[in-house]
Each structure stands twice: as structure tokens, then as C-alpha cells.
Design a protein around this ligand. Structure first.
Ligand code: 5GP
Ligand code: MN
Length: 337
């Protein structure tokens, strides 16, 4: 879809707008927050008034990135978000491919609002009817990497300062599993090299993200690996399921299970991993795979979800036990073949 690769049109539209609204997906991760704040900071240097909106809470390991007043959280500040949207002349959708990814109420607000929408994203199958133009590339390591390209497209020096460089790096390092996933290319490393020239100190940011765990979070990981990991050697698959009650025993906070789904993949012979997590009566599923095994299609087919070839998510309205049973049957059918 050509219009979703039309960076020149996007630059033009930004030049013509003063108030800009940036949205990202529910349960925002490092790439969602990093790309949104980087874009905000770049656009502010161009003289724009920018509001970043997240649907709900972001993980504590991103606290260092977010200053007071940097963003609005829709589930707590819906009136402010509505006002910002009314005033906006341009809406950006960052790190999500479909308006449904922002959650029901915000989705409805965005769908009924007629402000032109631009997408910057790397997930498969973008909802192209929703956007007038975009920078969409499923091969990009992260949305943050695309935001770097987008800001550079304005051709002005000084739009990316040390703080913006840190936000972009945070998006890249989290979405690439610290530069190990297949989406990591020479270009990814070149972007990071450029960011270092702009003042980024990679070790500082890395420590902020990965070495600021709570004791509860590490103990939850220990519990999961010891008690909750189920391996199916013949399917080359493993899963983890966690009830709300179990999570509460470890004072669960948003983001505490981020990355846990990757651990089973480090077991020799395991090529697919799934974590199922109960939250407010629904079950969120995360899938990861190695090589050509397509968890995006699996998530679409069985769990009303999607994502990337090797990393996808979905949901289930069954109980946790029923979801585990459904997952096991679906996995047998899909991966057993
Ligand atoms: P995670 O497991 O980290 O939540 O998500 C893995 C990837 O799949 C992320 O890039 C995420 O944006 C995407 N993803 C997660 N859940 C869904 C979903 O329900 N629908 C779609 N389309 N993508 C999802
Ligand atoms: Mn991403």
C-alpha cells in the first residue's frame, strides 16, 4: 500500500498542522512509549504543540523516560484526552496497526473523530482505511527506528537531542530483545551509532530499563520458571499461565511479566512459547517463536490477535483453565502439523 510509505506527504502534513495528537497501543511497551515521546520531542522542536496519549498504565521500567506532563493516560484522564483530540489537526498512530489496539472507548473516540490520521508502525496487516498516509514497514526493528527516519526526513539538524536519542534507543533495544531478534539489521545498528553521535550513552539507558527490577518482579520470575513452566517436547512448545491471584501474591504491576515469555525459548528444542495472564476477567496471551514459525497467523486464527511473525498477542474471554485447554488444542492442531 503506497500511501502507507508516503513520508513526504507526512512531512507536508506536519508542516501544515500546529496541534498534533499522538496515540499508542494499550499496555504500552518500550517501543510504544519510546517512539511516542521521541516523536513528540522532535515535533516540539519544530514548534508544534503535541499531546501524547496512552490508553492505560506503562511499566515502571520506563519511568525514567517520562517526565511529569509528558503524556495523558486515557483511563484516568479521558476528559483531557477528548479535549486534546478536539483541538488536534493531525493524529498519529504509533506502534499499532489497527485502531482496536487502543481499547474500546478510545477506539470509538478515534473512529468517530475526523482529524486525518497518520500511522508509523511495523506490525503486519495495517488497517489502511483508517489512515491518510504513513510510514509502515514490517521489516523495521521497531516503531522507534521508523520515528528516527521520520524526524530525519525534516532535514533539520538538532531535532534529536540526547533525551530523544535515549527514547529511540529504548524502543529499539526493547523491541529487538537487545539486538538479538531477526528484525535487527545493519541499519538498526547504524541508527544506534548515529544516536551515539548525538549524545546517547547506551549503557546508561540499558541500566535504566533492565537493571531497575523490584524484588517482587524477580521473585515472580523465579516462581514462574520453577512452578509454572509447562513444556511439550513433541510440539517443541512451552507455556506459562498466571492467574490474577498468583500475580497479586507478587504485588504485580504493569510490565512485571514483560519478557518472561522469552525464557522458554532459551530451552534447547523449544521453538514456540506462550504466556497466558489473567487480568480483570479476561486473559491476555503473548506468543513468541523462532525461525519461520508464524505466531502472527496463529494469534489471528485462534485468539483474535496478531502482531509479527515471531512475536504476537491475543486475548480470550474464557476462564484461565479453559484458555489453557484451548491453547493446547489449538497448538496441537496448528504446530503439530
Ligand atoms: P506482546 O506479547 O509483547 O504483548 O505483543 C507482541 C506483539 O504483538 C507486539 O508487537 C504487539 O503489539 C502485538 N500484539 C499483541 N497483542 C495483539 C493483539 O491483540 N492484536 C494485534 N493485532 N497485535 C497484538
Ligand atoms: Mn513495536
Amino acid at each position: 500500500m503506497e500511501k502507507l510509505r508516503d513520508i513526504n506527504k507526512m512531512v507536508e502534513m506536519v508542516h501544515d498542522a500546529n496541534r498534533i495528537f499522538i496515540s499508542t497501543h494499550k499496555s504500552p511497551d518500550g517501543d510504544a512509549i519510546g517512539s511516542s515521546l521521541a516523536l513528540k520531542q522532535g515535533l516540539e522542536k519544530l514548534g508544534k504543540t503535541v499531546t501524547v496519549v496512552v490508553p492505560d498504565a506503562f511499566p515502571a521500567f520506563l519511568n525514567w523516560m517520562v517526565n511529569k506532563g509528558d503524556l495523558l493516560q486515557f483511563d484516568q484522564q479521558s476528559e483531557e484526552v477528548k479535549l486534546a483530540l478536539q483541538e488536534a489537526e493531525l493524529v498519529f498512530s504509533l506502534d499499532y496497526n489497527n485502531l482496536s489496539r487502543v481499547g474500546k472507548d478510545l477506539e470509538q473516540l478515534l473512529r468517530t473523530d475526523e482529524t486525518p490520521k497518520l500511522i508509523i508502525d511495523h506490525h503486519r496487516e495495517p488497517e489502511d482505511a483508517a489512515f491518510v498516509a504513513g510510514l509502515h514497514d514490517i521489516e523495521a526493528s521497531s516503531t522507534a527506528q521508523l520515528v528516527y527516519d521520520f524526524i530525519q526526513a525534516f532535514g533539520e539538524a538538532g531535532l534529536i537531542d540526547k533525551r530523544t536519542a535515549a527514547c529511540i534507543y529504548a524502543g529499539i533495544v526493547t523491541d529487538t530483545g537487545s539486538f538479538r531478534f531477526r528484525s535487527t539489521t545493519a541499519k538498526t545498528h547504524r541508527v544506534v551509532a548515529d544516536l551515539m553521535d548525538l549524545g546517547l550513552v547506551t549503557g546508561e539507558v540499558y541500566n535504566e530499563i533492565f537493571d531497575t527490577n523490584s524484588l517482587d518482579r524477580i521473585k515472580l520470575l523465579g516462581y514462574v520458571l520453577d512452578k509454572k513452566l509447562t513444556v511439550f517436547p513433541e510440539l517443541e512448545l512451552a507455556h506459562i499461565s498466571l492467574s490474577e491471584k498468583e500475580l497479586n501474591q507478587f504485588n504485580y504491576k504493569s510490565g512485571d511479566t514483560e519478557g518472561v515469555v522469552n525464557y522458554p525459548l532459551s530451552i534447547k528444542g523449544v521453538n514456540v512459547s506462550c504466556i497466558m495472564k489473567e487480568n480483570g476477567g479476561i486473559i491476555r496471551l503473548s506468543f513468541r517463536s523462532k525461525g519461520d514459525i508464524d505466531v502472527n497467523l496463529f494469534a489471528r486464527k485462534y485468539f483474535n490477535g496478531g502482531g509479527h511473525l515471531n512475536a504476537a498477542g491475543g486475548m480470550s474471554e474464557l476462564s484461565l483453565e479453559e484458555t489453557v485447554t484451548k491453547f493446547e488444542a489449538a497448538a496441537k492442531e496448528y504446530f503439530g502439523a
